[in-house]
Design a protein around this ligand. Structure first.
Ligand code: MD3
Ligand code: FE
Length: 210
């Protein structure tokens, strides 16, 4: 389902078993080496979403290998199985095996939303690469607001992302404004291993070396 050029929604892409395995992996990362936290914002606030990273550690405007704003530890390595999952995501969303084979995500931001958490309109511009972003949802559904590249206001489209859904944002959609205005509590299947809340995994290419 192409929502906009380069923005493709594939409902129910992950099997229940894959969702359970991702929940288990994310639970492991949430406890360390860098524990999941509410990211501090430059203005002094904190995000309502909790985030843990693998590959590179993200904080507003920077990707680093060590979590200097949390506990100083080096982030967990980005696993090869996640590179493979990202490539399969691109292959399925874009039906382009060549693009998929050339896609090597090196970081994932794992966001956990409780019933009250939300994410305001923003663009993802901290990566030095314009390669696509792969997004996976597990647990409760959310309202996802997909906007335009020019402004953080209308026109935008609201859609629901549900457990197992894949969304790929590439091409002209890579720098679109987007937000998560609300979570729909109680919509997840506890068989995923998540009893409440929403887990979102986004894979990215930072374009950084080391
Ligand atoms: C469109 N996460 O981590 S996923 C984020 O559900 C983020 O946790 C949301 O926005 C979440 O930055 C939305 C969908 C998404 C992710 C990255 C994008 C949409 C995007 C990058 C560019 C355009
Ligand atoms: Fe984003």
């Amino acid at each position: 389902l192409e929502v906009a050029p380069g923005a493709v929604h594939v409902p129910d892409w992950l099997t229940l078993e894959q969702q359970r395995q991702l929940v288990t992996a994310c639970r492991g990362w949430a406890t360390g080496p860098v524990p999941i936290r509410h990211t501090k914002l430059p203005g002094g606030g904190v995000m309502s979403v909790r985030t843990v990273c693998v590959g590179w550690h993200w904080r507003p405007y920077a990707y680093t290998r060590t979590a200097d704003d949390v506990n100083g530890a080096r982030v967990a390595a980005f696993p090869d199985w996640m590179v493979a999952l990202g490539r399969r995501a691109l292959a399925d969303a874009y039906a382009d095996e060549t693009a998929a084979a050339g896609y090597t995500p090196d970081t994932a931001l794992i966001n956990f939303y409780d019933a009250q958490a939300k994410l305001g309109m923003h663009q993802d511009k901290d990566e030095r690469s314009s390669a696509p972003v792969v997004s996976l949802t597990i647990g409760d559904s959310c309202v996802f607001r997909f906007g335009n590249t020019e402004t953080r206001t209308r026109p935008y489209t609201d859609l629901e992302l549900a457990s197992g859904d894949l969304f790929v944002f590439g091409g002209p959609s890579r720098y679109a404004y987007h937000a998560v205005p609300r979570i729909l509590p109680g919509t997840g299947d506890p068989a995923t291993g998540l009893r409440s809340g929403r887990l979102n995994i986004t894979m990215r290419v930072t374009g950084l070396d080391d």
